[in-house]
Design a protein around this ligand. Structure first.
Ligand code: IPE
Ligand code: IPE
Ligand code: MG
Length: 236
């Protein structure tokens, strides 16, 4: 990833409400959400985004009705299968973060194939979090650490990337966007968001367009990131 490029993460929320507002099944909203994914993936490289992490399915989302969960798993599988040629054409490297063991076998093989085929992509690192829990990832990394007393934050971040199937170390999240109006993290990438700038938008995810991503990045550029320090301003 180019040092000046951004790591943007998105909590893609509001798909169900988008469908309900149209008296459609929630799964239709999830399918419409996939089109929004395609739009942001397409726009990201032009917006100086080097890494894009999309929160698609949290470990707590298994508690939803079975037909909705199945619908989502089918949509994810179709996405990896259908968009693989596009990933290759555009130089997009894909990694799926989170647990693999609970995903349906067909989805797992579509993911394996996409990850393997796109490993050489260098224009955009696209990370999709599926069956992901920020807390669980932290616990797994902690269990992997040989000595919790001696480990440096850098080594821990490396372990965390490894247990989360991040593909490689990616810099911390610069900008975290959540659509759908909720202002919470919902167990997203907790360590990686420590100093992320947060942008919450009432836009429902299927209504999110490249221009909205661009607006969020503009807002990000107007923020002053201090990382706990004081930026002295000359007083005249
Ligand atoms: C987010 O959309 C996607 C998933 C959690 C899979 P939702 O399905 O949560 O949509 P809302 O929040 O109910 O509108
Ligand atoms: C967060 O959305 C997870 C994803 C968008 C994948 P949820 O809809 O699951 O979050 P809560 O339940 O509103 O916190
Ligand atoms: Mg939601």
């Amino acid at each position: 990833m180019h040092p000046s490029s951004l790591h943007v993460a998105i909590i893609m929320d509001g798909n169900g409400r988008w469908a309900m507002a149209r008296a459609l099944p929630r799964t239709v909203g999830h399918r419409a959400g996939m089109e929004a994914v395609r739009r942001v993936v397409d726009a990201a490289p032009e917006l100086e985004i080097g890494a894009l992490t999309l929160f698609a399915f949290s470990s707590n989302n298994w508690q939803r009705p079975a037909d909705q969960v199945e619908g989502l798993m089918d949509i994810f599988r179709a996405y990896f299968e259908q968009d693989l040629p596009l990933f290759l054409e555009r130089g997009i490297r894909v990694n799926v973060m989170g647990r693999r063991d609970r995903l349906p076998a067909g989805l797992r093989s579509a993911i394996d194939e996409a990850e393997l085929a796109t490993a050489g992509g260098s224009r955009l690192h696209l990370r999709i979090a599926l069956d992901y829990s920020g807390r669980e990832a932290l616990l797994r990394a902690a269990r992997r650490a040989r000595s919790a007393y001696e480990i440096s934050p850098e080594t821990f971040a490396f372990l965390l990337a490894e247990v989360s199937h991040s593909g490689s170390m990616v810099p911390d999240i610069d900008l975290l966007i959540r659509t759908g109006g909720e202002q919470r993290l919902s167990d997203v990438l907790l360590w990686e968001s420590a100093y992320a700038e947060l942008v919450f938008t009432p836009n429902l995810w299927p209504d999110f367009h490249a221009a909205d991503l661009q607006a969020a990045i503009e807002e990000y550029h107007h923020r002053e990131r201090r990382f706990g320090q004081v930026h002295e301003v000359a007083i005249v």
